[in-house]
Design a binder for this molecule. Structure first.
Ligand code: 5AD
Ligand code: SF4
Length: 358
């Protein structure tokens, strides 16, 4: 089997190669690696986009606080619980509650109550992942004690200079603060997921090689990586002519997934929705390059169009049922099996020694 040493030079060379034969060999080695250790099923996490209200103003994101053209929403508790009921009935095994970043006592208490209630109503059967941004340790602890056991917080780019260019320099978008939040998540006991965008303005193959080395050094349990996609109502839209073509962003994402799978054999790697914008079978292709997690959208169709972090987000007119049908059909067509009703936890978490690396 193809093996990689994981040096920076080697990773950057893989990311730069355009040799189709070599790329195919890489992707299929990653698929064999995944199948050998984790089996051939993908695990699902039904996604609830709880609210698009966000206090942050990231320069690339369509729901940034500075975008006045977005209609803001907050699902009601009943709507969230209904979606959780759907996840259980659909046998997804887990759900993700994602929202823009808000730090307030009311928001904290609301998430705590929702997590508890979902756990109660589903007899602890549904695994719960949260993705609600940077929070103090006490908040992460409170949500963990309520029953959430996985958390996603992307580093976005592991290069502090690239990170600085992605965010306004207003004192509330610091690279160090983000990194510290990731450490707090481990401290609180979560299976901790991070990730990056691929094909950002100012980003090079070497930056992406460094992102892979960052995941390894941080000892992540889960990683979600997706292509950067333009959104017309963001400052980054002005840079659209400098981007890699979409086909290249797709291929780079597949290569990143495959390289990561060969470097970190037992972690969970997500096939992200953003891939589906570039290719109708983008997520399935990611699974065939070593990813093992998919997050089908369960957000109410009435508000879906308001959670557009990038333009052309797929399925915004679909409801949860239709998203499920489409996904099942696609996976079936590509010969990929689903691990119904299972949590699909990161195997890495069970064996990981470090709470926080140096
Ligand atoms: N393109 C791709 N991904 C994006 N995200 C935010 N904006 C965009 C965009 N324009 C990603 C970020 C964030 C996640 C929730 O969505 O990586 O962490
Ligand atoms: Fe808010 Fe996340 Fe978008 Fe940044 S990327 S503006 S934190 S939703």
């Amino acid at each position: 089997m193809l093996s990689i040493s994981g040096s920076r030079e080697e990773l950057a060379a893989w990311l730069a190669t355009e040799d189709e034969g070599r790329i195919q060999a890489l992707l299929s080695a990653a698929l064999s690696q995944k199948t050998a250790l984790l089996g051939d099923s993908v695990h699902l996490r039904g996604l609830i986009e709880l609210s698009n209200i966000c206090n942050k103003n990231c320069l690339y994101c369509g729901i940034r606080s500075g975008n006045a053209r977005v209609e803001r929403y907050d699902l009601t508790d009943e709507q969230v619980l209904e979606a959780a009921g759907f996840a259980q009935k659909a046998r997804y095994g887990s759900l993700v509650i994602q929202s823009g970043e808000r730090r307030s006592g009311a928001f904290t208490r609301r998430i705590t109550a929702l997590v508890r209630e979902i756990k109660r109503r589903t007899n602890n059967k549904l695994g719960i992942t949260l993705s609600c941004g940077e929070q103090p340790l006490e908040v992460y602890r409170e949500w963990f004690e309520a029953g959430a056991h996985r958390y996603l917080l992307r580093i976005e780019s592991s290069n502090p200079d690239v990170y600085a260019r992605l965010h306004p320099q207003d004192g509330s978008h610091g690279y160090e603060a983000r990194l510290e939040a990731l450490y707090r998540l481990k401290e609180a006991g979560y299976q901790t997921g991070t990730g990056v965008m691929i094909g950002l303005p100012h980003q090079t193959e070497y930056d992406l090689a460094d992102d892979l080395l960052f995941f390894k050094h941080f000892d992540a349990d889960m990683v979600g990586m997706g292509p950067y996609l333009e959104h017309a109502d963001t400052p980054f839209y002005a840079l659209r002519d400098s981007l890699w073509p979409q086909a290249k962003r797709l291929q780079m994402t597949l290569k990143m997934i495959a390289l990561l799978r060969l470097m970190m054999k037992d972690i969970n790697i997500a096939a992200t929705t953003a891939l589906q914008v570039l290719d109708a079978y983008g997520r399935e292709k990611a699974v065939l390059a070593g990813a093992n997690i998919i997050m089908p959208n369960m957000t109410l169709s009435a508000v879906r169009h308001n959670y557009q972090i990038y333009n052309n987000k797929p399925g915004i007119h679909d409801d949860a049922e239709l998203s499920k049908t489409h996904l099942e059909q696609n996976l079936d067509r590509m010969g990929i099996r689903i691990g119904w009703d299972e949590w699909g936890d990161s195997q890495h978490f069970g064996s990981r020694k470090t709470k926080n690396p140096d």
